[in-house]
Ligand binder design. Structure first.
Ligand SMILES: [Zn+2]
Length: 427
């Protein structure tokens, strides 16, 4: 079964209403899946590649056919505009990205773009004209697989992509930023002139797959995102004394791995002390010298700490550091701390969450609230504009993988929620 057949096979056709078509959405998800299709049936469309461009080009064609006015900025961001009854009002913006990680899935990004476009398609059938302009957006290079960064399109649109940061970037093939940009027909000068007049934009609302299991466990198709967690990354080095595993008695050791191990074990009890959405993960560890008969002299490890509120996230960082200090000093281990990243979390306003709740309830769906642990274009746009985010159920929480899956019925439910949100925005 190909992707289209699989999507429509268990689709609840009663969701085809008010101009929304599940079959059209499925056909479009399937068409995009063909661009950069890998032998594992995954998606390979890294940012600023010809595959990402080809995916944008086909969506531009659909936008034009749906009657949207299509423009592209210097960063390659695509905007498809539906004029409002009052064209001078700031526009509502909805969309996501069409780039992927290497061998990724077919829903992370494309769903947000195609669902936003499906709202405009529905209006074409029903004749609805929104009060304010509505724009469908495709942001460039969200995943960051090319330069190990990401969010290039959304950062450019809000004026946060700087020459200093970008011109020094080298991509996975060793090519400069300038070469990469020029290879797909963009120009560096125009790239840095793609900031939009933000007074012309009202808010950004993004549909995205959850990439977790909460909605599946809750048995609901969609959820309301309460905020986007900001990560803080710590690099901790525990230094003890290496020695012979046979000749050093147990009471005369400074084993860096024993201290690090205790620390790792205790980290998991800390997030619950600050909030229910906070998380902390030790994901990377290096043992030196890493020999079978040598007492570990040094351990380097990473800690990834996130929450959706800055205050609780920062409190958790302090708790983690305190724990590392007490554990190491009790064992005569030296501790070195390096902070390599601290991104501000983006809380989503209560007002936006309530607007979404109304639209979720209007579809007969129980409103479920959940944080986003991963970063999205909404996190960047949220620096300057109000944002709202709708998560859609992910099968088994699998993402960034060819097995990524979301049922078509759940995708279409998210379209109805978005459509209701936009149509009711000025009521
Ligand atoms: Zn994404």
């Amino acid at each position: 079964m190909n992707l289209f057949e699989k999507l429509v096979s268990d689709y609840d056709v009663s969701l085809d209403k008010n101009g929304v078509s599940g079959e059209r959405l499925a056909a479009r998800l399937a068409a995009l899946s063909e661009i950069g299709l890998t032998p594992d049936k995954g998606s390979h469309r890294i940012g600023f590649s010809k595959e990402e461009k080809a995916a944008k080009d086909i969506v531009k064609k659909w936008m034009t056919e749906a009657g949207l006015t299509v423009t592209q900025d210097g960063a390659g961001n695509v905007f498809g505009r539906v004029e409002g009854k009052n064209p001078d009002l700031p526009a509502l913006l909805s969309g996501s990205h069409v780039d992927s990680v290497p061998n990724g899935g077919h829903f992370d990004g494309p769903l947000g773009v195609l669902a936003a476009l499906e709202v405009a398609e529905a209006w074409k059938q029903t004749g609805f004209v929104p009060e304010r302009p509505y724009e469908v957006v495709i942001f460039s290079d969200e995943e960051g697989s090319r330069f190990n960064g990401g969010f290039s399109g959304s950062a450019s649109m809000i004026g946060e992509a700087t020459r200093e940061e970008y011109l020094s970037k080298i991509d996975i093939n060793g090519d400069s930023f300038t070469k990469v940009i020029e290879d797909i027909g963009l120009s560096v000068d125009e790239f840095f002139q793609s900031k939009r007049d933000l007074s012309k934009l009202e808010a950004f609302v993004e549909i995205h797959i959850e990439q977790g299991k909460r909605l599946e466990r809750g048995g609901v198709p969609v959820g309301i995102v309460t905020g986007i967690a900001g990560p803080c990354w710590l690099k901790l080095t525990f230094t003890g004394r290496a020695g012979h595993a046979g000749n050093t008695p147990m009471n005369d050791r400074q084993d860096a791995l024993v201290a690090a191990g205790q620390f790792i074990h205790e980290v998991q009890s800390l997030p619950g002390q600050v909030s229910s959405s906070a998380v902390a993960t030790v994901g990377k560890i290096e043992v030196i010298p890493n020999g079978v008969n040598v007492i570990p002299g040094e351990v380097r490890l990473s800690v990834d700490i996130r929450d959706i509120q800055k205050e609780t996230r920062d409190r958790l960082v302090d708790l983690v550091l305190e724990k590392a200090k007490t554990v190491s000093s009790a064992q005569g281990i030296e501790l070195h701390i390096e902070e390599t990243l601290r991104e501000a979390p983006v809380p989503i306003s209560k007002e936006m969450q309530q607007r979404l709740e109304k639209s979720v309830v209007a579809q007969g769906i129980e409103p479920v609230y959940l944080p986003s642990g991963a970063g999205h274009d909404s996190m960047i746009v949220g620096h300057v504009l109000p944002v709202a985010m709708i998560f859609v159920q992910s099968k088994d929480g699998v993402s960034h993988n060819p097995a990524e899956w979301t049922d078509l019925s759940d995708c279409v439910q998210s379209v109805h929620v978005l459509k209701d949100f936009v149509e009711g925005y000025d009521k």
